[in-house]
Design a protein around this ligand. Structure first.
Ligand code: GLC
Length: 549
């Protein structure tokens, strides 16, 4: 089948399969134990064979890595640990030559404490124009030692840190919705708006096909700094989903639309209120946003059907396609999550030592791959999910890096367990993740250790095993591309009994058995694909099938 040329298909994003690359853990091209752009370039053919339309690369910029790169010191420079700007340009060009577009991550809510603007703001002192780009504020109380608000951080704990004046005396406080190393920008300031529009142009000029917008609903704050009301109504929260935020994205959309080809804006928008969520997807704002509702639901037919319905109902009126996301670099891997008694996801519920049945989780994660790939819209695959990697839950505590872990007082295991370097080949760590260093000798240990029992999960091992999760993903993505009815378009539920989900996309029906007993398949002419073998013609528990009808 001939595909439209990637550069010229204006609707590519409506049904694209987008693979999330976490560069630090994808592939290491210089043997230092940290993934990099040389490693990514070398593995682009793997992504082509997997059948993805685009990659989303999480932050590759210069950063002290206080939050895995979501603390950006320079938005126009690549971190030396990852490579150079020239190599980033090579990634973009070489991927495109394989028909793969590149989406990069822009972090507009905050910068690194090492960013030139923040350093200048600290040095310039209270009342300076440099400080006006951030949220510096005197403390309350006689000595200014009471923080300006009691807003709670998304990383737990407080959101204000006190500074020292240039003369060493205690000074103003600054706002950080995340870690103290991530000071929030003041989006009411024209410099901030102009700077990010310029950063977008910098990367669009280098050929990126889209921008993933980090923490997209948080940028604008109520300048009066009120406390958070007990039950904020729509638009009433002082730092989440303020009405004024939409002006920012309208301006970004105008920048994106001024470029040739379709340059897309993808929002990381965590909002319960579906109607408010959909406002970000109006025709002159973002193209799509991550659908976290579906990801957070438990493995339950009723719950997942409800999520599909509310998702499609919310997107319909604004004409935007839905996105389907099983995981990312922030959440527990599906193989682990679906193997638990409570298979829903919530940041606040993560704990060490939660009992998990990985075999069950893997069956369900395979079925979920068929389910999400058949739903209307675009699909995100987080690196390693195509290998069925589990969350790594026994990382040595002293190697954990995630501020979410530390700021919870060590109660939350944090997000390192889904960020472990990928296993590519061989039978012992680093499982082909690192090449040998140019100066000879063995590669350095990987930045997070890989479990010793990952030999069976390497790309190499799975390529030669027709029952592997990798082979399943390749089949799923190839068939999704070949079947015109999949991707964007309408969905019709097929009524079933019991814990079964079934829906038709044209002449393809997807059926998933979330119950415990095998069930008969709906009427069909052919079985196109199953996530695990049928059992005497019946669909076993935790199995999905694509049927020709
Ligand atoms: C987003 C990112 C997450 C990061 C946070 C702060 O949620 O996905 O990894 O920690 O923003 O930038």
């Amino acid at each position: 089948m001939t595909q439209p040329h990637p550069q010229t298909d204006p609707t590519w994003w409506r049904d694209a399969v987008i693979y999330q690359v976490y560069p630090r853990s994808f592939a290491d091209g210089n043997g230092d134990g940290t993934g990099d752009l040389a490693g990514l370039r070398a593995r682009l053919p793997y992504l082509h064979d997997l059948g993805v339309d685009a990659i989303w690369v999480t932050p590759w910029y210069q950063s002290p890595l206080a939050d895995g790169g979501y603390d950006v010191a320079d938005y126009r420079a690549i971190d030396p640990a990852f490579g150079t700007l020239g190599e980033a340009e090579q990634v973009i060009a070489e991927a495109l030559a394989l028909g793969i577009r590149t989406i990069i991550d822009i972090v507009p809510n905050h910068v690194s404490e090492q960013h030139a603007w923040f350093r200048a703001a600290l040095a310039a002192g209270p009342g300076s124009p440099e400080r006006a780009r951030f949220w510096f504020h005197p403390g309350k109380g006689e000595h200014g030692d009471v923080m300006p608000t009691h807003w709670v951080s998304d990383f737990q704990g407080t959101t204000w840190t006190r500074t020292a004046n240039p003369d060493g005396t205690p000074g103003e406080w600054y706002l950080h919705l995340f870690a103290p190393q991530q000071p929030d920008l003041n989006w009411s300031h024209p410099d901030v708006r102009a700077e990010f529009e310029d950063v977008l142009r910098f990367w669009f000029d280098r050929g990126v096909a889209g921008i993933r917008i980090d923490s997209a609903a948080l940028l604008v704050k109520d300048g009066d700094l009120p406390e958070v009301p007990e039950q904020p109504g729509p638009g009433e929260h002082p730092h989440v989903d303020r009405d004024e935020i939409h002006d920012v994205y309208r301006a970004w959309r105008a920048v994106a639309d001024s470029y040739e080809g379709t340059r897309v804006l993808v929002g990381e928008v965590w909002l319960q209120d579906k109607a408010r969520f959909a406002q970000y997807l109006r025709p002159d704002e973002m193209h799509t946003a991550f659908n976290f509702d579906f990801m957070a639901r438990p493995w339950d037919a009723k719950q997942l059907r409800e999520s599909v319905d509310v998702t499609l109902a919310a997107h319909g009126p604004v004409g935007a396609p839905a996105t389907w996301v099983l995981s990312n670099h922030d959440v527990t891997r599906p193989v682990t999550r679906y193997g638990r008694e409570d298979s829903s996801f919530a940041f606040t519920a993560k704990r060490f030592g939660t009992p998990t049945d990985l075999a069950l989780g893997r069956r369900r994660a395979r079925a979920a791959a068929l389910l999400t790939a058949a739903l209307p819209g675009s699909l995100y695959v987080y690196q390693g999910d195509e290998l069925g990697l589990p969350e790594v839950e026994d990382l040595p505590r002293e190697l954990l890096q995630d501020p979410m872990h530390f700021r919870s007082g060590g109660v939350d295991p944090g997000r390192d367990g889904c960020r472990v370097p990928l296993p590519w080949s061989g039978t012992t760590a680093p499982f082909g993740f690192s090449t040998r260093p140019a100066e000879g000798g063995a590669p350095a240990p990987t930045w997070l250790p890989q479990p010793a029992d990952w030999a069976g999960l390497t790309v190499e091992a799975q390529e030669s095993d027709p029952t592997s999760t990798l082979r399943l993903y390749r089949d799923v993505l190839a068939l999704r591309r070949a079947e015109r009815a999949l991707g964007d378009g309408p969905l019709t539920w097929v009524e079933t009994t019991g814990d079964v989900l079934a829906f038709a996309r044209g002449d393809v029906t997807c059926v998933v058995n979330l119950g415990t007993d095998p069930v008969p398949l709906p009427a069909h002419t052919d079985v196109l694909l199953t996530s695990d073998p049928l059992d005497a013609g019946l669909l076993p528990r935790d199995t999905a099938a694509w049927l020709r009808t």
